[in-house]
Each structure stands twice: as C-alpha cells, then as structure tokens.
Design a protein around this ligand. Structure first.
Ligand code: NAD
Length: 247
C-alpha cells in the first residue's frame, strides 16, 4: 500500500488531508505533529507520532522509519504569535523536513504555503502565481517565513531527484475550523458588523478546507505518477507539474 506522511496532520487542514488521503487515495497514513489530534480529528487506521520539525533528528528518524512514498508538509504556527516561532518552524523546520527527506531517500514532497506569501498589505486584483513576485519583506513574520519556506522547497526541487509541489491556499473554513468562524461570530455578537470599512467592493477568497485537502491529494497523485525524468546533468526534471497551485 502507498504510504503518506502528513506533517501537521493533527491540525485543521492537516486532518482534512488525512481524511482525503484515506477516502480518495487509499494511502497508509502516518501523522507527525507536536500535538495530539482532537477526537474529531483522529481517524481509524492512522498512526499518530508526536514531535517537532524544529528537532532535525526527530523528523529524520521518523522519515527513515516510515520511508513514505510522499510527504505532505502542512505544519505551521497559526497567525498572531511572536516572530521567532515562525522562523523556527517555517524556515528552519522546513529545511529540516527537506534534509530528512534527502537523508531517507524520500523524493516526493508537497508544501502547504499561503496566498499571503506575496501580500504587502496592498490590494491585488487579477493576479496569479506567476505574475506577482515575492516582496523583499513579507507583510509580517508569518507571511515572510511562509515565503522563505517556499524558497527552500524551490531550491530543493530536482536535487537528488526530489520532486516537489507548492500549494498556496487562501483563507479556509470547514469542520474543525478554530480560527475563522468564531471570530465572525464574535464580530456579530459585538455588533461590529454594522461598521463598514471601505466602499464595500473589496473581495476576499475563502475556500472549503476539504477542497483544499483534495487539491493536496491530487498534487500527491501527480507527483507519484510523474516518472523521474533525468536531465543531461543527472538531475530530475519536471515538465508538467505546475510549480505553484493557487486556490
Ligand atoms: P493548524 O494550526 O490547525 O494546523 C497546523 C498544525 O501544525 C497543527 O496541528 C500544529 O500542531 C502543527 N505544528 C505546528 N508547529 C509544528 C512543529 N514544529 N512540528 C510539527 N507540527 C507542528 O493550522 P491550519 O489552519 O490547518 O494550517 C495548515 C497550513 O495551511 C499551514 O501551513 C498554514 O500556513 C496554511 N494556511 C492556512 C490558512 C487558513 O486559513 N487556515 C490559509 C492559508 C494557508
């Protein structure tokens, strides 16, 4: 059976990815996370391992033990914490994940990024993944380090035959959401919804977490079905997988 390692799989999106891997992919799934899943995020047949990607040895040991066919790295601290934790997890932790894959010979790696990696605080209209470059400094430490994580994944692409995909979800909601809906309810309860900022023409994208999770599984399927094409330089070359999938 094909095996998948979901890093951050006890979280909101991660648990949807686990669900979709079981339903649509028929994978043998292992989760690596600093926290245990809540009861409603725990799935039968899944192995849950506790640890942090900031600990290089820990993630390398897990990678060597599991030898997953594909790794889905969706771990990140939530928005709004002190800056240091984002550099630790999103930059150093992502590098540790890449190094662990390389040490264990794992070749397929999917990284959950964010649409916010190119955000500077100004409006965007009609742009796509290819038309907006990373700003030199992201909007805040969360967004800046999500972009640093992307850069590390891009640099790892093709190295030792590694095949990667990056997905940039927008804001999301769905079962087990602990970040979005309660805030909207709070706004309603405080009657702040009667206050309008701007001219009411701004648009913001939100998506169902189950759909974003399915996109991760489809990206995994694509990476797995893609043969390693070795270029003249001996490095793997990917021709048909979009480097970024914006949602
Ligand atoms: P979440 O907090 O529910 O899930 C993240 C998981 O990562 C948690 O279970 C957490 O324990 C785990 N984690 C954090 N640090 C870790 C570490 N050092 N080692 C191992 N595991 C660790 O958050 P989420 O909303 O499900 O976000 C998942 C991913 O999606 C993140 O990469 C986030 O940046 C991205 N994202 C989320 C949104 C959104 O609206 N929620 C939007 C765009 C992108």
């Amino acid at each position: 059976m094909r095996s998948a390692l979901v890093i951050g799989g006890a979280g909101f999106l991660g648990s949807h990815i686990v669900d979709q891997l079981l339903k649509n992919g028929g994978y043998n799934v292992t989760v690596f996370d600093i926290q245990d899943p809540s009861d409603d995020a725990r799935f039968d047949g899944v192995t849950y391992m506790k640890g942090s990607i900031v600990d290089a040895t820990s993630i390398e040991n897990v990678m060597k033990e599991i030898q997953p066919l594909v790794v889905l790295h969706t771990a990140s601290p939530v928005h709004g914490l002190p800056d240091k934790i984002y550099y630790d997890v999103n930059e150093k932790g992502t590098q540790n994940v890449i190094s662990a894959c390389q040490a264990a010979g794992v070749k397929k790696l999917i990284y959950t990024s964010s649409t916010g990696v190119v955000w500077t605080g100004a409006d965007f209209n009609g742009v796509n993944e290819n038309s907006v470059a990373f700003p030199s400094k992201g909007y805040d430490a969360y967004h800046h380090t999500k972009a640093l994580g992307e850069r590390l994944i891009l640099a790892a692409e093709g190295r030792g035959g590694m095949q990667t995909a990056i997905l940039r979800p927008c804001g999301m909601t769905g079962e087990r959401d602990k970040q979005l809906i309660w805030r909207m309810v709070e706004v309603y309860e405080k009657r702040q919804h009667t206050i309008q900022i701007g001219d009411n023409t701004n648009l913001v994208d939100y998506a169902y977490a189950g759909n974003i999770a399915l996109a991760h599984v489809l990206a995994a399927e694509k990476l797995i079905s893609q043969p390693e094409e070795l270029g003249d330089d001996g490095k793997a070359r990917i021709t048909t997988i979009p480097r970024f999938v914006g949602l």
